[in-house]
Design a protein around this ligand. Structure first.
Ligand code: WTA
Length: 675
């Protein structure tokens, strides 16, 4: 690729960075503080023996615990004066106040000084066996060139930069270049449609888009630049589209478009990092909630980075020299925290996986593990369920002796998948860490901690809170459930450094959605606390569905369905799907006097939803009915429809508010015919 630079450039950046003006102003972490007594080295946690004690300290002596880590783990330009100032009741969360740092310096420069030739990224390209390795020095250079390109194009501190790219080194460098110059990045998963992309660009008031000519996934080409062209037509404020060449294929370039690979090569390999306040915005990431359009969650600099780095190190027991393989797309929060920020802040080697679990065959993950000698593998239950259907031979064909830990994220992992992952993939010697967290939480919150050898791990349980996390369960009246062997709504009762700070331009909505009147962070998930006090996640409590680990608001899909000319009203439900976890099921009523076959309507809606949202959101089932079940006040009773699609029509629960029982009977009969 054009931006893989000749060696002389590394020398230049190396000599300049070592004398660079910013370095002299970096206040090196100061060691000491009460926590060091527990630590074998000044900057790491002790072994297992003290885990419980450390956990208690993390939630009870917040300033001591997090202050020591903040000083020891991050490199500051100017030190913070207060560890935190948080009041969840008022929705105010701030960590490391008064401190200034640069996230790119923390992820790159300080490692370049120590080990410039250490591999930072291994880009596992879609084409198997064609991986590209990028050292810390190369990544720093690329980031600096890109930072200079952005500045030359007029991007300033605080501007939002949209990144619509598949996993590739340039995407990582784009994130870090934004961080270096103080811009705020906003990744949009490269599977989202032009409309979904345009909605996000507009909501974020972003003037800059970075993309590639084409994507390549599972051997298939995706026309990413075309999608961007379409999206920017609806976004008059976009001033520039920076286009890199992932494939050889030329694409039409307009006045807005900038050939990125050529521009990068003209720029200097040094780019002064901007001193950012701890609470300045680092990135926005849009995610689905139970109502309306996706919201731009805001993560800030220091707290997020520290939390991503710590969870990466301790949940996965990451050690220097390990190769960390998180196969999530960088467009999701898992990609942000565990492909990019966590591993790079720790100076690790991280894999960027561009392909799919089935390309070119169902052995792809394990062939990659063998070839790259991956030590920690982090993936989603949906892929595990898919692969176990192809049998053990695709796994056993490859050497997996490098593996030490297997991670799972995105949805509950069912026992069959857990057992297969543990016994077949991990040969019953690698702990499986089922990690629960959310875009809102910034990093893993509940998970076994295998670096503590005393820790027990149970299939299907996320087990224990990570440092700083105080889970609490609420009943449906908002009372705190203190006992064990109890189910409730999962909340977190005190602020932690990695949590999202707000919704972009809508703090009121953030308060309304995530903070209870009593000052708890409300996750939207249900949880069971076992008699031993372990946590088992039981699924969403709201109208969010989880398809292959991707969140989707039913309201978003209904909004798209209702735009079809034949549809009067609709209700969208998630139904149990044995590979994807959940699938999309649409109930709808046609407009009066319209006739359209179910097959045609299904095909239309699949196309419409792929266009408006993304392919993964397309419905599998469409059921046309004459009336939707409603309460006497006219609200659709989704709870009743959910029972029907789960084939639990015999357990519809309390129907006293239902207006029209016959409508339900009819829907049950129609549903049976449809299956
Ligand atoms: C679900 C992904 C059970 C949950 C990191 C959460 C899980 C939503 C797990 C967040 C898990 C994630 N067990 N459910 N280990 N991990 N979830 O924002 O419903 O894309 O609220 O973040 O995924 O999805 P998000």
């Amino acid at each position: 690729m054009a931006w893989l630079l000749p060696r002389r450039c590394y020398l230049k950046v190396c000599s300049q960075t070592s004398r660079g003006p910013f370095l002299s102003s970096i206040v090196r972490a100061w060691s000491g503080g009460p926590l060091t007594a527990y630590m074998p080295e000044a900057v790491s946690f002790p072994g297992s023996k003290n885990h419980q004690g450390l956990y208690r300290m993390s939630v009870e002596q917040v300033d001591t615990f997090w202050g020591t880590l903040g000083r020891n783990r991050l490199t500051w330009i100017s030190p913070f004066h207060s560890v935190q100032d948080c009041n969840l009741e008022q929705g105010w969360v701030a960590w490391f106040l008064g401190g200034q740092l640069n996230v790119a310096v923390n992820c790159l420069d300080r490692h370049v000084h120590r080990a410039p030739n250490k591999v930072a990224l291994i880009w596992e390209k879609d084409e198997p066996g064609k991986e590209v390795q990028i050292t810390y020095r190369e990544l720093l250079e690329l980031t600096c060139r890109l930072g200079n390109t952005l500045k030359r194009q007029g991007v300033k501190k605080g501007d939002r930069v949209t990144i619509y790219m598949p996993p590739c080194p340039l995407a990582v460098a784009s994130m870090l270049a934004c961080a270096r110059i103080g811009a705020i990045h906003m990744l949009v998963f490269a599977g989202f449609s032009a409309e979904a992309l345009a909605d996000r660009i507009q909501d974020a008031q972003s003037e800059t888009v970075i993309t590639v000519n084409q994507g390549l996934r599972g051997g298939r080409v995706t026309e990413l630049k075309q999608t961007v062209d379409q999206a920017v037509k609806w976004c008059p404020k976009v001033k520039r589209v920076l286009v890199s060449m992932r494939t050889e294929q030329k694409v039409p370039m307009s006045d807005l478009d900038v050939p990125l690979d050529e521009e990068i090569m003209k720029e200097d390999v040094c780019c002064e990092p901007v001193a950012m306040d701890s609470e300045d915005l680092l990135f926005l990431l849009y995610t689905s909630g139970s109502t309306g359009k996706p919201k731009g969650l805001v993560h800030s600099q220091a707290g997020y980075l520290l939390y991503a780095a710590l969870t990466h190190k301790y949940v996965f027991d990451y050690h220097d020299g390990d190769v960390f393989g998180c196969v999530a797309d960088i467009g999701w929060i898992t990609g942000h925290s565990y492909v990019v920020y966590g591993p790079l802040c720790n100076g690790g080697t991280t894999v960027l996986f561009e392909s799919t679990p089935l390309y070119p065959d169902p052995g792809r993950y394990w062939e990659t593990v063998e070839r790259l000698r991956i030590n920690q593998f982090y993936g989603a239950p949906t892929a595990i369920r898919l692969l176990l259907r192809y049998g053990d031979k695709w796994v056993k064909k490859y050497d997996r002796s490098s593996l030490k830990i297997l991670g799972s994220v995105g949805e509950p992992i069912n026992t069959e998948a857990w057992e297969w992952y543990f016994n077949v993939v991990g040969e019953a010697r690698c702990p499986v860490v089922d990690t629960w967290w959310q875009t809102e939480t910034g990093g893993i919150c509940i998970s076994p901690r295998p670096s503590d050898p005393g820790d027990e791990i149970r299939p299907g349980l996320a087990m224990r809170p990570f440092f700083g996390i105080s889970p609490c369960l609420l009943d449906d009246k908002g009372n705190v459930l203190t006992e064990n062997d109890v189910s409730g709504a999962l909340c977190i009762s005190q602020a932690w450094p990695g949590m999202a700070r707000t919704i972009y331009n809508d703090h009121k909505r953030f308060l309304f959605m995530f903070l209870t009147a009593t000052g708890f962070f409300f996750t939207g998930d249900g949880v069971y606390r076992t008699s031993e006090g372990y946590y088992q996640l039981t699924g969403r409590l709201d109208d969010v569905i989880n398809i292959s680990g991707h969140r989707l608001g039913t309201a978003e899909v209904e909004d798209a369905v209702n735009q079809h000319a034949a549809v009067a009203e609709s209700a969208v439900i998630g139904y149990p799907h044995n590979i994807k976890g959940e699938g999309v099921y649409v109930f709808l009523v046609l407009k009066k006097g319209i006739y359209i076959s179910r097959e045609t309507l299904t095909a239309d809606l699949q196309e419409l939803i792929s266009k408006k949202i993304a392919k993964y959101a397309a419905p599998e089932y469409v059921q046309i009915t004459s009336r939707l079940p409603k309460t006497r006040s006219g609200k659709i009773m989704r709870r009743v429809l959910k029972k029907i699609v789960e084939n639990k029509a015999h357990q519809l629960g309390d129907l006293t508010t239902l207006e029209d029982y016959e409508a339900v009977q009819k829907i049950i009969e129609e549903h049976k015919c449809l299956l």
